[in-house]
Design a binder for this molecule. Structure first.
Ligand code: 5GP
Length: 178
C-alpha cells in the first residue's frame, strides 16, 4: 500500500495468520455461548474489520452493536481520558455481552467500558481483543479471548489507523520512519 513520505510498513501479523486465528476464536466463542443470548459490541472505529470477520466465524444467532469512546485522538499516546462518543442502540440488560476490541494497550479504555457495561445489567461481560500489548498494561482488565500478543510498537492495519490511514490493510503492520 502507498505510504506517506518518510514512512514504511513492516508486517507484524500476516493476513493469513489473522484469518486462521479469527476462525479459531470464532469456534471457541461458538462453544462457550451455545444457548445464550449473545451480543457482540464493537468498539469503533478500530474494531470494524475484526468484528466483521469474527461475527461470521461464530456459528450462533447473535446481535451486533457498537460504541465509540475517545482514546488517542490524533496522537499516538493514551490520554487516559475515556469519554463515550457513541452509546449503544439497544439495552444489554439480561444479555451475554462480548466486547470486541482491536487492541488492548494500557487497558484504560477497556477498563472503563467493562465497568460501564456491567453497571447496565448485562448477565455477563467478556472481552475479545485481536491484539494485546501486555507489556504496556497500566490497569488489569480481564481479556477472555485474544488473537495475538504483540510487542510495544505502534501498529496499523486490519482496522487500526494512524490519523485515519491504513485501516484497510489486510495485515497488521508497524509504521517505521525511513
Ligand atoms: P488503551 O486504553 O488500552 O491504552 O488503548 C486502547 C485504544 O488505543 C485502542 O482501542 C486503540 O484505539 C488505541 N491504540 C492502542 N495501541 C494502538 C496501536 O498500536 N495502534 C493504533 N492504531 N491504535 C492503538
Amino acid at each position: 500500500m502507498r505510504t506517506a513520505p518518510g514512512e514504511r510498513l513492516e508486517v507484524l501479523v500476516r493476513a493469513q495468520d489473522i484469518q486462521s486465528r479469527v476462525q479459531l476464536l470464532g469456534q471457541h466463542i461458538t462453544q462457550d455461548y451455545e444457548n445464550k443470548e449473545l451480543i457482540l459490541i464493537g468498539i469503533l472505529k478500530g474494531s470494524f474489520v475484526f468484528i466483521a470477520d469474527l461475527a461470521r466465524a461464530i456459528d450462533l444467532p447473535l446481535a451486533v452493536d457498537f460504541m465509540a469512546v475517545s482514546s488517542y485522538g490524533m496522537s499516538t499516546k493514551s490520554s487516559g481520558v475515556v469519554r463515550i462518543i457513541k452509546d449503544l442502540d439497544e439495552s444489554v440488560e439480561g444479555k451475554h455481552v462480548l466486547v470486541v476490541e482491536d487492541i488492548v494497550d494500557t487497558g484504560l479504555t477497556l477498563n472503563y467500558i467493562y465497568s460501564h457495561l456491567k453497571s447496565r445489567g448485562a448477565t455477563s461481560v467478556k472481552i475479545c481483543t485481536l491484539l494485546d500489548k501486555v507489556s504496556r498494561r497500566q490497569i488489569a482488565v480481564p481479556v477472555h479471548y485474544k488473537g495475538f500478543e504483540i510487542p510495544d510498537a505502534f501498529v496499523v492495519g486490519y482496522g487500526l489507523d494512524v490519523e485515519e490511514r491504513y485501516r484497510n490493510l489486510a495485515d497488521v503492520c508497524q509504521v517505521v520512519q525511513s
